[in-house]
Design a protein around this ligand. Structure first.
Ligand code: TMP
Length: 233
């Protein structure tokens, strides 16, 4: 089947059914907008299994996404949507870029979850943008911005609760949304340790791509341990 798009971590293929795509998770990992890059066997499988598990859990809580079903160890079927070029980041605890940008100490708990928009544009290095920039760039109007923020906060609540049940803290995560042919905005892309920060509740162990970004060990062991925890749900 036709390869429609290849990104850093996934390939998107057409299927025989209009409106349905096949996502193949790749054994590649990158950090710093591709500055650091490695082939890591088994990583695609783990992100596919974890994303499938999390999208299914969200569905059980009434939160729809583009996800239809997992069809193999490394593939899933999804609804075709037009991806909105925003990385929507929700932060519960300070880590990563916000510690450098605004000086928060790593580990500082925010009084309320913070939603940030980053413009998905590799050439510009995915800059942080304001609501007014989102409108100027004709990415979304006021109503759509409100929909994106409300949906991101609901997804955060659901994910925090899922992680809490397995003794984990959801520090932050990045999600992407797409528009259906009807114009509805739905959750798309993936939710995996590549796109989240997840910390153990009782220790300083973490289960996310920071292990790779900071050269602190095997991401296969890290992601597998995270998946094992989710499977206990
Ligand atoms: P940041 O602290 O680097 O801004 O990242 C915030 C969250 O977003 C973190 O969980 C990692 C995730 N993220 C991505 O999934 N893709 C990206 O390109 C970036 C920059 C962050």
């Amino acid at each position: 089947m036709t390869l429609l798009y290849e990104g850093k971590a996934k390939k998107i293929h057409a299927t025989d059914t209009e409106g349905i795509l096949r996502v193949e998770y790749k054994d590649e990992v990158t950090a710093g907008n591709g500055a650091k890059k490695d082939y890591i066997e088994g990583k695609g499988r783990l992100n596919n299994l974890i994303t499938s598990k999390l999208f299914n859990s969200l569905k059980q809580q009434g939160l729809e996404s583009h996800f239809i079903e997992q069809i193999s160890e490394t593939e899933q079927l999804v609804q075709s949507v037009d991806i909105i070029p925003l990385e929507v980041v929700v932060r519960n605890i300070a880590a990563g870029s916000i510690t450098k940008r605004l000086g928060f100490d790593k580990g500082h708990s925010f009084e309320q979850p913070l939603v940030e928009f980053f413009y998905k544009n590799d050439k510009l290095n995915d800059p942080l943008i304001t609501d007014d920039h989102v409108k100027l760039l004709h990415i979304a109007n006021d109503d759509e911005i409100s929909t994106l923020k409300a949906a991101a906060l609901k997804i955060n609540e659901a994910l925090v609760s899922i992680m809490d049940q397995v003794d984990l803290r959801l520090v932050d995560f990045k999600i992407e949304f797409g528009k259906t042919t009807k114009g509805d905005i739905i959750l798309a892309d993936e939710i995996s340790p590549d796109t989240c920060r997840i910390w153990d509740k009782h220790s300083d162990v973490n289960f996310d791509k920071d292990v790779y970004r900071e050269d602190r060990g095997s991401i296969i062991d890290t992601y597998q341990t995270f998946l094992n925890k989710l499977e206990a749900l």
